[in-house]
Design a protein around this ligand. Sequence first.
Ligand SMILES: Nc1ncnc2c1ncn2[C@@H]1O[C@H](COP(=O)(O)OP(=O)(O)OP(=O)(O)O)[C@@H](O)[C@H]1O
Length: 282
Amino acid sequence: MLSIAPAPSVAEPEPPPSAAAPAHIAGRGISVDFAHDGVVQRVLSGIDIDVARGSFVSLIGPSGCGKSTLLKVMAGLLAPSEGTMTVGGLPPGEAAKRHMIGLVFQEATLLPWKTALENAAFLLTVGGRATPKDVALDKANEMLRLVKLEGAARKLPSQLSGGMRQRVAIARALALDPEVLLMDEPFGALDAITREEMSRGLLEIWERTGKTIVLVTHSIDEAVFLSRDVHVMATGPARIIETLPIDLPPHRDEETFNLPAFGEAEAHLRRLLIQGHAGEHR
Ligand SMILES: Nc1ncnc2c1ncn2[C@@H]1O[C@H](COP(=O)(O)OP(=O)(O)OP(=O)(O)O)[C@@H](O)[C@H]1O
């Protein structure tokens, strides 16, 4: 089980935002068009989304509906064709430049010739605001402790399991101390048990750090277990068809799966996804 060791310099979670607090991530009328052989395909259409500071939300929807595309707009990796996105009140590209955004993808994409520790330190050692190497390695060590991987600091990626590599990728993203963590199917390539362990570990990291987390996942269970809100997308072109607040106790553990509210949320999301696949919301 991925449990979390003390990490003294990590900020305590912030108090819950008041109803009047502006959204940490705010998208208004987001549309994205891609051109193929001169034909324009509208992938996202008029999406409005608000993510409160310190919240944990998931995006779920049928394969190919545009979840990753929406995450890329939040990350500043893709400019919307229409609409505006802000992160902490800034355009996402500007927020990314200020290290306000951390990214974790399905593949850990570690540098194979660097150790786990050096990989976790990597983003701190590149770019215009590079940190001195000893400071970067101290921070990376602290992050490896946070993801319970300090014992593997000197190992190369080829000597780590898939789950361990993904934990290094999470440590690397957290090392810059971003306000926002955007995660695209981070556990998609892992087996079911490792995936559950990683989910519980991620929840502990979120509870400790108070980051704003947006997770793209295909797993309804994972979305319900981890999220405060689940945004459900449908295809053709993608829209958010429902935002479901997850009515479960704030602290979640093994027992959470047995609560009636868990089963109800899961069944509701399953129905919405089936409708989304069938395009009933078009
Ligand atoms: N750079 C691109 N150029 C052209 N089309 C693209 C590009 N990126 C994504 N698409 C198209 O946009 C649509 C949405 O893709 P996206 O990866 O966002 O979906 P997704 O919901 O994340 O899918 P999955 O769940 O399978 O990962 C797809 O039809 C895809 O082919």
